[in-house]
Design a protein around this ligand. Sequence first.
Ligand code: IMP
Ligand code: MG
Length: 198
Amino acid sequence: MPNRGKKQRKNKRTPGESIKILISGPRIQRRIQALAKQIRRDFPDEPLHLVSVLKGGVFFLTDLARSISGEVSFDFIAVSSYGQDTRSSGQVRLTRDLDSSIEGRTVIVVEDILDTGMTLQYLLKLFQQRKPKHLRVAVLLDKPDRRIAPVHADYVGFSIPNEFVVGYGLDYSERYRNLPYVGVLSLDSKLAKKAAKK
Ligand code: IMP
Ligand code: MG
């Protein structure tokens, strides 16, 4: 192993960006354990099919799937709704469909964050047409103040204030997804102005 100095061990940020921890890794893990139990209690005897939204929902899916007892399968779908900045374009587009049919199955949609609700509104409509036996929504984070579409999540990890967060799957221009915690991203005013103009 190379001898890594203190400086290199620090999580390096792009200049002008800083992150303040909002929800620690251990807190996220504890909450996921509780959600897993709750989900299994609601469906004690059913095989559960988790459907996660790439890429942000992946860490939540893998931790949740490993915490739910009994029969669990999963699949992935991808949509694009955000551009390169911190504001939603408001448009949702399907970029990768599921591998298998969800007809007659108990489906839990697993998303990183419920923000305006546009993404989940689109997905729930799409999935409902495919006639699942049950269709539920689990989100790690909920920003209720930002809601535009009337979407309800059945399982919510944490309700958070209206701040742009990264980590645990959530990105800013594809960066920071790998942080083991959720943190609030701050941009220095010059960069923030540039992002707001987009
Ligand atoms: P919605 O369609 O506005 O509910 O947004 C859902 C998607 O927007 C999420 O799956 C994220 O990819 C992205 N998103 C919303 N809020 C944030 C945030 O604070 N940080 C990073 N991504 C976010
Ligand atoms: Mg996402």
